[in-house]
Write a protein that binds this ligand. Sequence first.
Ligand code: ARG
Length: 358
Amino acid sequence: MIFNRQLNRQPRWLKLGLIAVWAAILTLGLSDVPGFAQSANEVWQIGTEPTFPPFEMQDEASGELIGFDVELMNALGEAAGRDIEFVSLPFDGLIPALQSNTIDAAISGMTITAERAQTIDFSRPYFEAGLAIAVREGADDIASFEDLEGKRIAVQIGTTGAEQANAVAGASVSTFDNAPLALQELVNGRVDAVVNDLPATLYAVNEANLQGVEIVGELITEEYYGIAIPKNSEVLGEMNIALGQIIEDGTYADIYRKWFVSDPPILPQVAPALSAAVTSSFNWGRLFQNLIQGAGVTLMLTAFSFFFGLIGGSLVAFSLISPFKPLRLLCRIYVDFFRGTPMLVQLFMIYFGLPALF
Ligand code: ARG
């Protein structure tokens, strides 16, 4: 009742104005949410970080996306009856984009790891790879992973290579937005080694004519690439069926031979990283530690917002009784705006609507 009387005090044009503003933000915001805007069509929006030859790269002449992953995904789209639309994103932005359902899937030479599988799903493995060490030609002090101790290493941000490098004792690790930049740093002599996926480094050395770099030692890891998909998405099933289909009918092998000039290996149904994780990944101690840490952050944020909310709220309250009419009106709009809509809708708008505005 109180609420109603409050609202009725506002002139009609003000209410209509507020509704119009909300409608505009809603439209803007929702057009960014794939489920809302595209539920009717058959497009898969596929995220990729397109500087990872030979998996994904830009064709120099046409500017188009090409590569093994790109062709594979187009074949998958065909098998599943979907149009494919690629979306370029930073590598460390792919998983957040999947979590917010901004994209339907990501193909980006992404290794299936137990840690990633906690926040996103993976298709069955589609490529066998592993990490290798690259050094400047003739550098004889690094021949294995152990030799990296205390050295300067360049990696691509957010990758399994970065994770391995960070585990090396005493090493100073510099991160780059993409693998070619990390390799260039090696050529320029500013780092001693690059830890990167073998097929990508091989391609850079053999095909892209990266001069003065060689690969040393054995593979550091055995990894499998998977197509990354948001949790609880029906895309997972469709993708796996399509993948099975193109492996079966030879399309996969054709694409593989085109890019790697050899026959594809037989791929496991489940990546070893995931089958091993089932037994070892659940850790109560870690869970408890995370919860305590989270509670601390929540308390801090509460205290912080209480403090500033008190100051802000008092200012608005005083303005509401000020003799200066425009100020009163402005504060009225502000108050009604935030009080008149559910908190969830506000959060939604801030999360999806604001990025759409910029
Ligand atoms: N396989 C590595 C990983 O998953 C590196 C992938 C990098 N991919 C890319 N498109 N830049 O961490």
